[in-house]
Design a binder for this molecule. Sequence first.
Ligand SMILES: [Zn+2]
Length: 374
Amino acid sequence: MISIRGDFESGSVNVLSAKRAGDIRLEIPKDSKACTRQWFYFSVTTEKPETQKISLVNAGKTTYLMGWKGYRAFASYDLQNWFRVDTIFEQGELKIEHQATEQKVYYAYFVPYPLERKSNLIEKLKKSSYVEIEELCKTPLENSIELIKLRAKKKNNKKVWLIARQHPGESMSQWVIEGMLESILNEPKLEQILSEVNFYIVPNMNPDGSQIGNHRTNNAGINLNRVWHSADKIEAPEVFYVREALLKHGVDVFIDLHGDEAIPHNFMMVSGDMKSGNKIKEKLASVNPDFQLVYDYDNDGLDSSESCCQTSCCNSSCNISAKATDFVAENFDAVSLILETSFKELERNGTTVAWDHDGCKRLGKSLWDVITQE
Ligand SMILES: [Zn+2]
């Protein structure tokens, strides 16, 4: 008897058949009320530990086909330790093979970031006298959008904003934020830093999408990073209230944290103040080997003949220019950056190097070091 489950937080799977551990056939579901299809997260329980062969049979019909080339899935027995397992994309199917040493195994597109983990971190931050937590709104699924404020209340301070996980499947972005927040908790020079810089951090822009296992959209099927010019209070309260806070407090440096499915590199794209943005990029590359300057959206290094025309922006009213970084660059005299971290292991000098949630946290720490050394 084999049991496949996806009915837990961030779970995402449809079961076609699972009679034998060596022949498990599953589908990746669409986001709620949307057409994106990419995020998967499920558990497989067998009667005894054995080799599991899993086919995600509709991987060839997902939103980012280039995401599967060279990609390896994550697995865990205890939801604490996650590791990559053998994965291959062939004949339109993503095939995972794993010699399980326990009866129950979790599989995910990237290491999930639980809602409770954010709450626990916020409780820790609340104990710092430099931190103020503001609940900007409750979402339709009753989750909180929190704004973490670190400030010495000086009006002329430089204002640095970081937001993560507008796209809920891009859980790596929240691991980066965690690395940064832990750096803040351990920062001996925090008082000195805050005499010059105010920080505003939204650790999870899309908790509803995270909860229900969406890849790109919130519960209403809205791609949050396409509605920054006219966020609707009812359909996209997440963006509406963060926009209000941005307009209220102002911004000099804005960093929007995402994950990229296809490119096996971590990179930044700059808009607004290009000179300051490029300086941040160069410093980050000099302190962290997992971040680089060669590959990005202008030079993705991918074989374009294999690219596909599919897009997550399948809604006819979708406005590609209504991204958070565009909104900031157009409305403020600021540097506006998007940080993309990979779903895949990283390519470096022709070799493949590990990339997981621990790497994300190290990158978050480096980002803190770079911003505070400005
Ligand atoms: Zn994204």
